[in-house]
Structures are given as structure tokens and as C-alpha cells.
Write a protein that binds this ligand. Structure first.
Ligand code: NAD
Length: 279
């Protein structure tokens, strides 16, 4: 069994990003810039935003932080996005989700210019992925694809089972696997017999957000297992997969932490560089 080491690959990608920005600086060019908007004081969001800021700083990407109070009106938030859309020195815009309840996430997400939508949550970018026409890819599924590629894991012709159908993980993950030639099944809370599907998987992506949902009797011998889940069990971070037992059957598996999480953050940096290059 081989561990899919997202932490190590993410470090390599960050090194590459730092080289790119250092070259731009040496040529006297403008730094790539990511604007991050945080509304309110959700503790998890504060950590995510701080991590994104630190990743930018360490790789030479300019980080523009906008921290707004929880009672910010929709008009004020949309006006800020308008000004960031129009700002030629801003390459990527990310509004940290979830937003406070009085703000319409769909409206806010769609307001970000498609060319700066580095999270790739907008209908335009999702449409492009669906049609296989390029565009930004959402960071978590894109990071998983990069990890599979790094370890030479073939997708074409494989049975790929995705557990979870959210707009930010499950659905785009299924689309990317499909585009790569996988035969894709998407499972969710209404799936009648989850184990029937997961047992068929050559590549199993667990993205349900339920600790220990995937037990060893639900996975095929030699499967590639990617655990997206981020759950808390007895105060400790864990994924959706019963790791020790499933690892004994897997050919490859991602750890939690150190698997998908660091890849998600690395892909945000890459999308920002792409936005800069397309600017
Ligand atoms: P979500 O709650 O929006 O979606 C979960 C999906 O899983 C739903 O489609 C639901 O139908 C399905 N599901 C839930 N319980 C199930 C069950 N018992 N059987 C079958 N399907 C089930 O969550 P999300 O935003 O897609 O995130 C999923 C998990 O991945 C969460 O733990 C989240 O924290 C984590 N996550 C990790 C990263 C990362 O970078 N590591 C990024 C995004 C999300």
C-alpha cells in the first residue's frame, strides 16, 4: 500500500509557484494578487482564510484581505466585488463560504467575474468543466486529480465511485473523472445500497463528511481510496474512511490530515497564477 502524500506534492507545487513569482519579480513585473473576502467571524472560516493568506505570502502572491462585519449588507458586499472585478491589479477573487444567512451565496458567487473566479464555483466555470472547455477547476477535485496523476494512477476505463454530490466537491469530482475516461457512479444520502457501489470501485472518492462511513468491508482489495472528509472524532481530525482497516486493503490511500487538504490549498495558488497569466 502506498500513501498518496498530498502534503509533499503540495509543497512541490508551492515551490514551483514561488519560483514563478520570483521570476516575475526579477523581471520587474507586477505580482499576482488574490483578494480574499471574509464576512463575519466564523472560527473555521477565519482559520481557512488565514491559511490561504499565509500560503500567498510564502509563495510571493500578493494577498489582499477584506474582513467585513457579519451584518454587512448584500449591496455593500456586491459593491466590493464590483470594485475587485474592475481592479486590474487583482487576479483572483475568493469569497469565503459559508456567508451569514442574510446574504445570498448564489448571487454573491455569480457576481465574481468568471476570469477571476479562482474557486470555480460559478455556473459559468462549472458549465465549462461540464462541457470540457477548460476554465478554472474547483480546488478540491482539481487537487485530487493532480494527486492521482502524480502517482501514475490510470483513470481511463476504471470504475470510479464518488460518495457525495455537493456542488463544490462531489459533482465536479465526478465530472473530472468522467472527462479522464472513468466510468463514474455518484452516491449520496438517497443511495439505496452504498456498499454495493463502493465495493465495485477501483477508485473510491469519499466526500460525505461522515466519520468512518467507509468500512473495510465496503472496499475492494487493491482499490485506490481518496478521503476528502474532514470530521472531528473525540476532538481529533478524521476523514470519512476507517483508515487503518481500509489501508490494509487499498493499493493507494490518502491520509487525513496530509492528503486532500494541502492539495486544495495548492490548487488555489495555481488557479491564481493561471488567472494572472490569462489577465
Ligand atoms: P456537503 O455536506 O455539502 O455534501 C456531502 C454529500 O455527501 C452530500 O451530497 C450527501 O448526499 C452525501 N452524504 C452524506 N452522508 C452520506 C451517507 N451516509 N451516504 C452517502 N452519501 C452521503 O459536504 P462537502 O462540502 O461536499 O464536503 C464533504 C466533506 O469534505 C466534508 O467533511 C468537508 O469538510 C470535506 N471537505 C474537505 C476539503 C479538503 O480540502 N480536504 C474541501 C472541501 C470539503
Amino acid at each position: 500500500m502506498t500513501i498518496l502524500d498530498g502534503k509533499a506534492l503540495a509543497a512541490k507545487i508551492k515551490e514551483q509557484t514561488a519560483k514563478t513569482t520570483a521570476k516575475l519579480a526579477a523581471e520587474g513585473k507586477r505580482q499576482p494578487c488574490l483578494a480574499v473576502v471574509l464576512v463575519g467571524e466564523d472560527p473555521a472560516s477565519q482559520i481557512y482564510v488565514r491559511n490561504k493568506h499565509n500560503d500567498c505570502v510564502t509563495t510571493g502572491i500578493k494577498s489582499l484581505m477584506h474582513t467585513l462585519p457579519a451584518d454587512t449588507s448584500e449591496v455593500d458586499l456586491l459593491n466590493l466585488i464590483d470594485s475587485l472585478n474592475a481592479d486590474d491589479t487583482v487576479d483572483g477573487i475568493l469569497v469565503q463560504l459559508p456567508l451569514p444567512k442574510h446574504l445570498d451565496e448564489k448571487k454573491v458567487t455569480e457576481h465574481i467575474s468568471a476570469s477571476k473566479d479562482v474557486d470555480a464555483f460559478s455556473a459559468y466555470n462549472v458549465g465549462k468543466i461540464t462541457l470540457g472547455r477548460g476554465g478554472f477547476k474547483p480546488c478540491t477535485p482539481a487537487g485530487i486529480m493532480r494527486l492521482l496523476e502524480e502517482y501514475g494512477i490510470e483513470i481511463a476505463g476504471k470504475e470510479c465511485v464518488v460518495v457525495g454530490r455537493s456542488n463544490i466537491v462531489g459533482k465536479p469530482m465526478a465530472l473530472l473523472l468522467l472527462a479522464a475516461g472513468g466510468t463514474v457512479t455518484v452516491c449520496h444520502t438517497k443511495t439505496a445500497d452504498l456498499a454495493y457501489h463502493t465495493r465495485r470501485a477501483d477508485i473510491l472518492i469519499a466526500a460525505a463528511g461522515r466519520a468512518d462511513l467507509i468500512k473495510d468491508d465496503m472496499v475492494k482489495e487493491g482499490a485506490v481510496i481518496v478521503d476528502v472528509g474532514m470530521n472531528r472524532k473525540d476532538g481529533k481530525l478524521c476523514g470519512d474512511v476507517d483508515y487503518e482497516k481500509c489501508a490494509a486493503k487499498a493499493s493507494y490511500i490518502t491520509p487525513v490530515p496530509g492528503g486532500v487538504g494541502p492539495m486544495t490549498r495548492a490548487m488555489l495558488l495555481e488557479n491564481t497564477i493561471t488567472a494572472y497569466e490569462n489577465h
